[in-house]
Structure formats: C-alpha cells, structure tokens
Design a protein. Sequence first.
Lengths: 104, 581
Amino acid sequence: VGALVVGIVTLQALVSQTSFRMQDLQARTRTLQQQYGERTLTVARLSSPDRIASAARHAGFVLPDPSQMYTLHVPGPRAGASGTQGAGSAPGSSAVKAFLGAQP
Amino acid sequence: VSPRASHGSTQRLVSIFIVSAVSLGAILARLVVLQVRDAGALESRAVDQRIRDLTLPAPRGTIFDRGGGQLAMSLPARDVYADPRLVRDPQGEARTIARTLRLKVRDVRPLLATTTDRQGAPIRFVYVRRGVDLSLAKRLQDEHLPGIGFLGDTRRYYPAGSLAPQVLGFVGVDGTGLAGLEKQYQSLLAGRAGHEVVQEDPSGTLIPQAGTVSTPPVPGDDLVLTIDRDIQYRAQQSLADAVRRNHASGGTVIVMDPRTGDILAMATYPWFDPNRFAEANPDFLRSRAVTDVYEPGSVNKVITAAAAVQEGTVGLRHRFMVPDQLKVYDATIHDAETHPTEQMTLADIISLSSNIGAIKVADTLGQQRFYRYLTKFGFGHTTGLGFPGESGGILPPVDTWSGVSLATMAYGQGIAVTPLQMASVYATIANGGVRVQPRLVRGTVDADGHFQAAPASRTRRVVSATTARLVTRMLSYAVETGTGVQAQIQGYWVAGKTGTARIPRQDRAGYTRKTIASFIGFAPASRPSLVVAAMLDDPSTIYGGVAAAPLFQDVARFALARLRIPPAAKPPTPPHAVRPG
C-alpha cells in the first residue's frame, strides 16, 4: 500500500510538472508568434513603395526624364509593322548606341 | 456516593448532553443551510472565484496586393479597462496610465473617477484604451494598478500608410470593417472568436490538470487583391503632382486590365492614413471612383461613335457638315472652339471632339437606340464590383428625356456616371467589344494557406469586335493628331479621348463655370493591355487634353514598363476630312 501511495504521488507530481512545462511552452509559442507578427509588420513597412521611394531619393536616385528614355523594339516576325506615336519612329541601334556611349 | 452528589452529577451530564445536542443541532442546521439551502449560490461563488471564461479573439485576415505585399494586417493587442469602484487613486493612476499609453491625463482621469452613471447605478467596467500594443500593455500591467484590467484583442495595421486607403477602408475599435473592402469582406476577414474556460488559484496562476474547455478561434481568410502596389503608388504620386500643377481640388485615377477586369490601381485624391482614419476629413474617406458620379463630358462620345458604327447608321467615310454651333429645341449648343462649318468624318468628330458632330451622329440613332447603348455599356446600374456605397450613376429613363437630352448626352452632359463606369466603357472597346466586370479581389487564402481563386469576372458582348476595332482606330487618331496629343507615350501607340465636362449647379438647374477634366485611354492601341482613366476636379487649366492627358501619360507609361508590356503595331489611320494640325 505504501509503495502504491508513493507511486501515485510521484506520478501526480510528474503530471503536474509536465503540465507546468506545457504552460510555459504555450506562453513561449505565443511570444514567438507575436514576435513573428511584429517582424512581418516591420518588413511590410520597410518594403512599402513610399518608404522605398523615399530611401531612393535620399540615396540620390532620380526618376529618368522621359527624354532620356528609349524604348527598344526587338525585331520579330512582324518587325517594321510597328512604329511609335511619340517619336515618329523607333530609334535605330546606332541612336541607342550613341545614347549609351561607352557603356556596355 | 450520597444521593445529593449523585443528583448533581446527573444534572451536569444532562447539561453537557443538552449543550452538546444544541451545539450539534446548530452545526447540523448550519450544515443544512450551507449544503442544501445555499449550496447552489456558494458553488456558483466558488466557480466565479476559480474559473475564468476567456474570449480568444480571431486573427483578422491579411489583405495582400497582387504581388503578395501586405496592405493590411492584424496583430494581437490588449484592451485596457477599469473598474472605477476598485480604483484607489484616480489622479495617480490616470497619470501612470497616460504616461505609459501616451494619452492625456485629462482624458483618462474622468474614466477612473466616475463611479456611477447618470441614473446613479454603479459603473463596474469602462474601457480606458482599446487595441494597445502588447509591449505597452505589459509595461502597464507591471504597474499593478488597482482596478485596472486587460482583455485580449487585435489591432489592425496598414503598413503601407496612405496607399489605396479608400479601397482598403478601415476597421473600428471593435474590429468591424467600417468602409471599403474591410467592410465588404467583413464576414470573410473577421473569422470566428474562440473561447477558453480555465481554472486559476487566488494568485491568478493556472491550476494544472484542473480541466479547461477550449474552443480555438477560427482565423479570418486572407484577401488577395488585383491592386498592384507599385502602380497604385505611382498613380497616387502622379495624381497628387497633377492636382498641384493644375491647381485642381481633387482627382481620380483608375488603371485596369481590360482582358480580366482586374483593377490594378484606383486612386482618389485627397486621401488619408487609414492607421489614423478618425482624424481624417470625412470627405476624404469615400472612394469617389465608385461612390460619386459626375457628368462625363466628351469621353462619352465613344459610346455615340460605337453605337453608330455598330448600328451602321454612319459609315466611316460619311462626311457631316459641322458648324460650330447648333440650335437644338430651345437651346444653342456650341463646340469648344469656334470654327467655320466644315466637313467631318466620324474620326474627325472624335479626334477634334466636336459636340455638334456628336449630336449629328446621335441623331442618326434616335433616342431609343442611343439609350439602349448607354445601358449596354453599363450606365444606370452598378458595375458589379459590390463595393460599399457604389453608385450606379444617373441615367434618366428615355420617356423622361427633354428635347435636348439626346443632343447633350451625345457629348456626355445630362447623364452622370462613376469614373469606374466610364473606365469600364473604354475597357469594353479595348477588349474587342466584350465587357468584363471589374474586380478588386483575385482570391482568398484560408487558414491552411490554400489559395482559392475568385471566379472569373462575368463577360458580356456589347459591340462587335469589328466595331471595337474601328472605334479604336478613331481613338488612336485622336491621340495622334487630335485633342489627346499630350497623352502620347514614346514607343507606344495610344488610343484615347479627352473630356471636359461642366459641373452642374447644386442649387438649381444649369452649370457652374467649374469643369472636370478627363482623359481615358488604353495602350498599346492595337493590342490593349491597360486602360487608364485620369480625372481632375476643377483644374485651372480647364481642358482634359491639357490637364488630364499628361496625367494619363505619366501613369500609363509607368504601368506599361512595370508590367513589361511590349509595344504593338500602329492601328490604321481612319478616313478623315479635316487636315491634321
């Protein structure tokens, strides 16, 4: 009987200990989920277009002026059928090369 | 033993027995009271002291843009409440709460100091602040202020700030969507709150193995929008610049994919920060692209032309004699600019945006047929978007039209539409005459991460593919040589139309001097992938071709590059009688 009582008490103690540990782990899971959520929010804020545009401006980047942009027409099966409304005609490769200069 | 002594002993025994009997009787009676009469009440008090019934808030679904960027998301938070009758030092506690939660003491103190309501009933619960960040709530919790408690909640964040705020909408402190998509998809986003019953000891520690009943919360579904956040951002920036440049009072930009009906951007200026919607001007909260109507003006001539081509009442080579003014019923209608009477084809009428020419074209259709086409293009009823507060526009029944109605509607006055309805008209032409119902949601993601695509938008043929192609040629010609030259995009052929609509008076019939300048078009003209509608309210530059066409150009050029849409062939020049330039 004595051994049985000792066994039951020990088992009860182990179950209680496990139960406390489960509570701790659940609390830790909640904390980690919360941290994950906060970091996701931080990443979302940092990757918002407004933040990136602002950071780019601070870094000295500027949007190109339309006159500095060329649209390259890739020759295809129907090359020559298309033209450009704004420029009258697509710039030839020599014009593009002149624009790019020594750049690759 | 003497009889006297024996009698005394008996008396003592009797006394002890009586005292014992009375005591036992009292104990028995008390036991009956506790175990039988008050048993229920006492058990309930014990349960109240030991058991806590917690509501587990359901995480609200995230709203993503089409590329997976978060536009709205929720995080766990705490509601801070007070039981004023347990608060010992209202002033001191108010100071601590205000300092921790960054509030004003004068706002907090009355909540803690008022212990009865107006009827004299005790106040046992009052919210001090809802949706407090967990870190701030923890700091306050560590102060152990008497009478201050905490409840689980969630808080909504809009990480991109003022990006598409009128489209997203916002949620109230109780987590209910109050506007925009947050309102439209409330039941989907909200999920279902859970429930947990736990047993605690007097110090608040959970009693292990005491048995808990738990119903986990069901998280809300995520929403994946058709909005592209980069195009949306650029549309908003370009719109704000255009409003400033043209001294306008506001404006709208819509970017659509005509093939799918996907709305890639929908911007209304002025806007607001949904993280602080309570501080915003109520007039800025509406998505005016779908909730407000305006008289579209000359952009409506595309319907006049499409109807005439579809019905065959006007040939492409037919030449109208077009003066610069015309008496219709009891009104004299003018073209925007004076010009001698000249011959114009349908392409010239569209390209030069002649009101008189449009009236002559509408005359060939008659009221009934023209009304039918206005309806077929979607006027008079909502687009099917289902957006909260969406307007269907104002299209008077044909039997109520006056003698000038057909004439004015031919050039877009006397009817009212939303900017989205008008963009949808151009999307129909761009899509070969098939109207695709606009949509803002691509699909949903459930709690297990499974993406469920939204059903494809409804489609309906409005005009034939041939008609759409012929009208596209005219619209392209209008950008090449007509009123829309400022909408040209280097490297692409653009089709589109300017509009300069006068704003009706609010107090009586007639029009103000104010205008709404617009340009709606698509690109590439011969293989349309993008429709852009640009509108400015009351610009100092007045005309659509001057105020709105550059805005269209700016947004469309960015969107074409962003979506890597290649140029396409030039549409054939339509027959015309007026020399360009």
